[in-house]
Write a protein that binds this ligand. Structure first.
Ligand code: KG4
Ligand code: ZN
Length: 369
């Protein structure tokens, strides 16, 4: 059964709308970013984000429908990322999705943002991702490893409510105990004076620097752990750049201005090497522990990272499994991944109703490896 689904995504600081056909053919993918609003705070301010979603969402929806070359009456369902995220931001998308679904008399499908990131690699491709796979979602809010047995968080599609259950299609097998890797990138970019949002800028700088300039820590948390820790890496970078702060005054001996351009590039490359090495070691461990993985599936903003993409392809080649990377346009928060995954929920009858709630936490739960 074919489907044409409009997806909405407002969980953080991107207001996004997309139309996807049959779960894979992206007919439009519109993203209105709010970076300029949050830049001066060097991070997302929740209240500003929700207000901006209110202003931008309907123009984004109109553009998505127009670019897809369809009418609202052609849509089979309205999908919305309803969890996890900033609650005020999620509410804007969920409210708009309910109004659209009600007025068009089509089903509403709530989609888990984390499951959607793990689905992004499926967009624009005809053959189905190789399951089971080891999943890695790396973004500003998440750094987690998953056992992925299928696109939906519930085994077999669930009972119609967007309620994740452990032991389902996607289970958490490791996660960060402190910062997310995207957050570490953003903070490292502030330490290096690279600007906001920091991830892409640091990635670009790193490509021109010497990764062996300083050796920064790769936190492994013990021999078998699949969890992550990035706060030590961030602090180690701060001390490497500015020196160890004075015991009493807590002042740094060096100013950021003292950095030469070359040092900035070299520190960036050293940070990138440590961050990505850590992710790759954990992926290797997860593959070893899972045993039956046929793929590595990555998603989230940091899956746009040049070194991570290269290393994941190399790792998959070494192991004779498939590297499933999202096309670049679907790494960062977008609504195409929401609309795409909603196709599978619709097919499985896992649809919602006007009671659909916005929920701050993910429905993807921890489970056995
Ligand atoms: O998935 P996303 O748009 O939002 C969240 O769900 O958090 O991810 C945004 C994060 C930011 O922290 C950003 O700095 C990071 O992804 N990011 C990158 C790159 N592009 C985006 N980090 C490293 N390298 C990149 N090329
Ligand atoms: Zn995201």
């Amino acid at each position: 059964m074919g489907s044409l689904i409009l997806g909405l995504e407002t969980s953080c600081d991107e207001t996004a709308g997309a139309v996807v056909e049959d779960g894979v053919r992206v007919r439009s993918n519109v993203i209105a970013t709010q970076h300029e609003l949050h830049r001066k705070y060097a991070g997302v301010v929740p209240e500003i984000a929700s207000r901006a979603h209110v202003e931008r969402l309907m123009p984004v929806v109109e553009e998505a429908v127009e670019k897809a070359g369809v009418g609202l009456s052609d849509l089979d369902a309205i999908a919305v990322g309803n969890r996890p995220g900033l609650i005020g931001s999620l509410l804007v998308g969920v409210g708009a999705a309910k109004a659209l679904a009600w007025s068009l008399d089509v089903p509403i499908v709530g989609v888990d943002h984390v499951a959607a990131h793990l689905y992004a690699a499926q967009l624009d491709r005809d053959d189905v991702l190789a399951y089971p796979g080891v999943g890695l979602v790396v973004s500003g809010g998440h750094t987690s490893l998953y056992r992925v047995d299928g696109p939906m968080e519930e085994a077999g599609g669930g009972g119609g409510k967007n309620e994740g259950r452990s032991g389902g299609g996607i289970t958490v097998i490791g996660k960060t105990i402190d910062d997310a890797v995207g957050e570490a990138y953003d903070k490292a970019a502030v330490i290096l004076g690279l600007g906001y949002p920091g991830g892409p800028k640091l990635d670009r700088a790193a490509q021109q620097g010497n990764a062996k300039f300083v050796r920064l820590p790769r936190s492994m948390l013990g021999r078998d752990s699949l969890d992550f820790s990035f706060s030590g890496l961030k602090t180690a970078l701060l001390y490497a750049v500015r020196g160890t702060p004075d015991h009493e005054t807590r002042e740094f001996p060096r100013e950021l201005d003292a950095l030469t351009e070359q040092e900035r590039l070299d520190f960036s490359a050293s940070f990138q090497a440590a961050a990505i090495d850590t992710l790759i070691v954990k992926l290797e461990r997860a593959l070893d522990q899972m045993g039956d993985a046929r793929s590595v599936i990555i998603g989230g903003g940091v899956s746009a990272n040049s070194l991570l993409r290269k290393r994941v392809v190399e790792l998959a080649d070494e192991r004779g499994i498939e590297a499933c990377l999202p096309p670049m346009g679907y790494c960062l928060d977008n609504a195409a991944m929401i609309a795409g995954l909603a196709h599978h929920r619709l097919q499985a009858g896992a649809v919602d109703d006007l009671e659909l709630a916005a929920i701050a936490t993910t429905g993807v739960k921890r489970g056995k490896r």
